[in-house]
Design a protein around this ligand. Structure first.
Ligand code: FUB
Length: 314
């Protein structure tokens, strides 16, 4: 009996230890994680922070993000890095000196994988501004190889793309630029089918970015980081359709107490458990633009509202 008791304790402690090990990607900085379940595995598409290389004329103390890796796992503890899938040097429309490959998303449609990413354009648009565009790269497998489209999606100036394919097959692209916008996508997933509109009924004070929208039991959840003071709080609104109207419902994760300005997240259900993916600057306490991906379990109340997540630290 004593032996079984000891084994039970060891099992419980080691299971807890696995879960307590945030951040989950430890050999490089990784931020803005979009998690997706493809073919029974979890894939994470984060952005990639690096310390700014010297002599590149980059903005000081700012984000420095040259490319994207994709990671996969079957147990959420052991992650395989499949390497670089898209890089600023290989996308025709991107300013390859900008290091501005910010938060991405990836979604599957009819056996193709569509990877959406924002970056600074290398030529000015019709309004004379360069700014951020959103592009698409397409692959036959989640790991790639991904082939970037020649041009950014026409009609968008923004960051933080997120795509939802609704039950009727209509795809929606959400993105941010101070506020959160939504537009329909054409069947080809690379062109807009409607003009972007700002989603209303969201807080008017402070910046909102990083939308992540999902449907659960017929309810649509619009989740996003929102900054009113110094650091971002993960909040959410609920509605009955992908384009809203949405009603502000609550907070998923409070503002960082350790001073990481941004948070950026996604949610998945995997093996009957929901998970929140987010980031923090655990491995870079003195510079919050070098971030690391973390995971915690996520729970819903019976009425569909989301329970607050207290971040698990290392
Ligand atoms: O990672 C660069 C930017 O910081 C993202 O696009 C935002 O969501 C914030 O996390």
């Amino acid at each position: 009996l004593k032996k079984y008791f000891t084994l039970a304790i060891i099992f419980t402690v080691s299971a807890f230890t696995v879960w307590a090990q945030n951040p989950v990607i430890r050999d490089q900085f990784s931020a803005d994680p979009t998690a997706r379940v493809f073919n029974g595995k979890v894939y994470v598409f984060p952005s990639h922070d690096i310390p700014a290389p010297p002599n590149k004329n980059l903005r000081e103390n700012w984000f420095c993000m040259p490319d994207y890796h994709v990671f996969s796992s079957e147990n959420l503890s052991d992650w395989t890095d499949h390497g670089v899938i898209v890089s600023q040097n290989k996308v025709p429309w991107v300013d390859s000196t900008s290091y501005s490959m910010w938060a991405p998303d990836c979604i599957e449609r009819n056996g193709k994988y569509y990877f959406y990413f924002p970056a600074n354009k290398n030529v000015a648009g019709p309004n004379g501004r360069k700014g951020f565009g959103i592009g698409v790269a397409i692959a036959d497998k989640p790991e790639g190889p991904y082939v970037p489209q020649e041009n950014a999606i026409d009609g968008i100036f923004g960051i933080d793309p997120n795509v939802l394919i609704d039950k009727d097959g209509q795809a929606y692209l959400y993105y941010s630029m101070g506020n959160i916008y939504v537009a329909k996508l054409k069947e080809n997933m690379t062109e807009l089918a409607s003009k972007p509109v700002a989603i209303d009924n969201l807080p008017t004070k402070g910046m909102k970015e990083g939308p992540f929208v999902f449907e659960r039991n017929g309810k649509y959840y619009l989740t996003f980081p929102h900054v009113e003071n110094k650091t971002e709080r993960l909040e959410y609104a609920m509605g009955d359709s992908p384009e809203g109207p949405f009603t502000m419902t609550g907070v998923i994760m409070d503002e960082s107490e350790t001073g990481c300005w941004t948070n950026h997240h996604s949610m998945i259900e995997y093996n009957n458990q929901w998970y929140l993916f987010y980031h923090h600057n655990d491995y870079s306490p003195h510079f919050d633009k070098n971030r690391s991906v973390c995971i915690d379990s996520l729970f819903f109340n019976a009425d569909g509202t989301i329970q607050k997540v207290i971040p698990t630290k290392r």
